[in-house]
Design a protein around this ligand. Structure first.
Ligand SMILES: NC(=O)c1ccc[n+]([C@@H]2O[C@H](COP(=O)([O-])OP(=O)(O)OC[C@H]3O[C@@H](n4cnc5c(N)ncnc54)[C@H](O)[C@@H]3O)[C@@H](O)[C@H]2O)c1
Length: 167
């Protein structure tokens, strides 16, 4: 993160925030006092996850959560969200992540995972938002020599098309 801000003054956009890792991250952020905006197209999740997040954090913290059902590929929708909220940080989880399916549908995976990241960082740039955490995958370490891998381990050529926020 570029500059320390008080959580209550920090708006974090979580893409894919209704998904598995995203929804847990949103809970942590809300419990930490952050303002949170979630963008998720619900292609692999349900709005029920957002309701459950609200239940877990309670009414007071839930007031700091705004959910948009939208696709990160939808530049107009993303521009409107960045126009509406002063987004300070982005955590990018939105992507397809099934290893097997990425092999059978490589074009769909490249389209969603790479293009949505390009749209996101372009909209961020146009709104002066320079802070992003990109959710990668251990896939980038290939078949590791000394598991478990650490961030210091060498990257290896990807063995599947699971790229973008998914690797
Ligand atoms: N699950 C793991 O063990 C694990 C481990 C390491 C990294 N990751 C990475 O973390 C990220 C999230 O993984 P997850 O397990 O939470 O997956 P998930 O499928 O549960 O969550 C991804 C969310 O993104 C949404 N989404 C997909 N494409 C979108 C788009 N274009 N616009 C808006 N929303 C979109 C889906 O509806 C879903 O809610 C992925 O990039 C994954 O590769 C996951």
């Amino acid at each position: 993160m570029s500059k320390a801000l008080d959580p209550k003054d920090t708006c974090v956009l979580v893409t894919g925030g209704a998904g598995f890792i995203g929804s847990h991250t949103v809970v942590q952020l809300l419990e930490g006092g952050y303002q949170v905006v979630v963008v998720d197209d619900l292609s692999n999740s349900s709005a029920v996850a957002i309701d459950r997040v609200k239940t877990i954090v309670g009414d007071e913290a839930a007031k700091n959560l705004t959910f948009y059902e939208a696709n990160v590929l939808d530049r107009d929708a993303m521009n409107k969200i960045f126009d509406t909220h002063q987004i300070d940080r982005v955590i990018h989880f939105a992507g397809f992540k099934a290893v097997g399916e990425s092999v059978s549908k490589p074009v769909e995976y490249y389209h969603n995972n790479i293009e949505n990241t390009l749209v996101l960082i372009d909209v961020m740039r146009n709104h002066g938002c320079k802070s992003i955490i990109f959710s990668s995958s251990s896939t980038v370490y290939g078949d590791p020599d000394n598991p478990p891998v650490t961030e210091e381990d060498p990257k290896k050529p990807a063995t599947t098309p699971m790229v973008g926020p998914s690797g």
